[in-house]
Design a protein around this ligand. Sequence first.
Ligand code: PEP
Ligand code: MG
Length: 592
Amino acid sequence: MRFTLTGNGAARGMALGRARLEQPSRYLIDERPLGALEIDAELARLYRALKLARDELAALREKLQGAFAHEVGEFIDTHSLILADRELIAGLADLVRVGRYRASAALKMQRDRLVAVFEAMDDPYLRSRKEDIDHVIGRVQAALSRESSAEERKIAARVGEILVSDTVAPSELVPLAEHGVLGVVLTSGSPLSHSAILARSLRLPMVVAAHEALAHIQDDDLILIDGEHGEIVVHPTAQDIARYRSWQRDVIQRGKRLALLRDVDTRTRDGTTINLYANAELPADVAQARACGAAGIGLYRTEFLFLQRKELPGEDEQFLAYRDLVLGMGGLPVTIRTLDLGADKADSTGLVLDDEDNPALGVRGVRLSLRHPQLLAIQLRAILRASAYGPVRVLVPMVSTSDEMAKVRSMMRECARDLRTAGHEIAENVELGAMIEVPAAAIALRGMIRKLDFIAIGTNDLVQYTLAVDRNNDHLANLYDPLHPAIMKLLSQIIATAARAGRRVTLCGEMAGDVRYTGLLLALGLTDFSMHPGLLLEVREAVNTFDRSRLLAEARELLRARSREGIQFVMEQLKAHALPPPIAHEGAGHPA
Ligand code: PEP
Ligand code: MG
């Protein structure tokens, strides 16, 4: 029967697929003993479920193609063999017939017995094979508890999988996407988490904080997820599927409309050029940044080079990655951020301390880099070497004191000197800037700014630290509010302080790519935005509708507002200063 679950949208897009539960052992086990007259029917249920599971494996095997088809095929064969094992089937039938267990309880009992045997083995490889048992039994349990119709099963056989889990680490997402996972549903998490940021880069629709998902979705259920509105439809109807198809058509239409803006300047109606940069984590982001006419890369998160691996990337490997990035942008400026590991960007390299009580307030970003000066030197050397290939700037995360920046600058000078002595060509002047994302840095910016070449505002963290609200904690999602008056004041101060000191300021948190905030940020004086490249054309479309001088005139009202509601009220006034996009309405006058 169709039902819906809700969470928060974290990565836009819809996906239709089979649910793949991270913990397939969570099946409802019916512990009531069987009556004598129920035995035959229960045995028939069990055999039907076994056959269904075998048929599904055979269908999967047939569909396999591509790079890992052989290896994955072997796994499937092993699972099919286990499912066909006579002793296993006879044991299950005995449990039902003699022990009077229902099929789900018999399966659980067999699973526990077999797993106990594997667990007692000395050989670690064999011990790990108990996972195969879990998967196989889980598949039969799913087949038993499934309520899907024949029609739904037909569709399910054709679509890929959607992961349903408690959490997912950023490092797990790339392999998931590479293995064809279509979308992700999490029972916890927030749209501001690094996993969500990466899911957006991977174009993997994601719903987070869907608290009920693991309790109500069964393995292999057909589900439709909407990563924008945070909706999950379990057992979707033909109508839902039609909605999904229509969404696919809309995406194509919207893409065509926005594509017209690729070569258009980003300029307000009264003639101010606004610079839209792209945030990048993956090579695909760079290609997309070029394709949509980004002014450059405003934030390259290097930590993604460090995830998913045991050993640290060396200087040459990093140099090649940065060089390709710079070359890929064809002469446009590229801002490379030094490592921001820590907090939710834990690694497998052992650098991040795993026993901190408060990792978000702990050894993260520049603090971690300065604890490992050799690591920072390698990264700075690699970035400096890449500067020979195009304009590069270095950005430092999680800065709270000017002393930290002084240390990084002195190390950068030393690295440049050593590289030149060794005969490397590097740019004459590589700018060094700080992320302003810790309130202390924002409040004390006047005392620091002259020592910086530029700054970038990291609103994702600035909001979290100013409001003392963990950006990943879904229970506090209502308190994580970029429209808090304190945030307005800080943003306005930061932008004004940078302007007075003649320093460029870019805003590169998620706010920059959210068109709901475009007018507000322009009103606060921002001219440089950096966002996921997939959002850039929408922001360009929004910028080009505004009259900047009229927006700036409203800034005082914004700063005077005492509440979120007050700020929203002023934002509504700002909308009045927007005109329909000029392409569609050539010659339209400004409303009186
Ligand atoms: C930020 O904090 O706004 C930011 C851009 O950095 P990250 O999301 O990587 O912490
Ligand atoms: Mg940050």
